[in-house]
Design a binder for this molecule. Sequence first.
Ligand code: AMP
Length: 197
Amino acid sequence: MRLILLGPPGAGKGTQSQRLVDKHGIVQLSTGDMLRAAVAAGTPVGLKAKSIMEAGQLVPDDVVVAIIADRIGQPDARKGFVLDGFPRTVPQAEALDKLLAERGLKLDAVIELKVDEGILIKRIETRVAEMTARGEKVRSDDKPEVLKGRLDAYRAQTAPLAGYYDAKGMLRSVDGMAPVDQVTAALDGILKPSSAV
Ligand code: AMP
């Protein structure tokens, strides 16, 4: 099973991806996680990405496409994967189409988590406040001023992907504002027919 979860920061892509991993034995490929690991390790990619990520902007397409090209070829991704945070631009989506076609692979679904942006910002602020209260480290790009930039980037560069996949007849949408278990149930409903194949 190969999936894409689309949705702005804080829509619940990470949480739902983790549940899909547990249920279907696939891997979660989060370019955000991979880039954060590269930053932490101080690799050349990390050095290039650090300031861009801190500013809430998008890392260049060629950088993330190279990361994904390498990652989907690894043995643990053979059974399938859920892409979380990739693609984020139309050129990334086109590059992914090419990568998959070269490998004779197809996507099973592209699922958009639809959310209300105003509520979303409140949700992330609450998450940040709770984590801070527990003494946990908060992602630096969850700060309100950076978060706003990430949402702007989503609207300008990533939201057009819904149209891109809709035109291919692949887009499905679920209400990302529903309680987490309901969102999971909605995803299960969409994935049942294809997972039975
Ligand atoms: P995320 O954890 O998915 O919210 O990603 C955190 C940050 O990593 C983003 O704000 C971007 O700076 C960068 N990033 C992650 N995935 C991508 C991508 N597919 N394209 C460009 N930048 C990305």
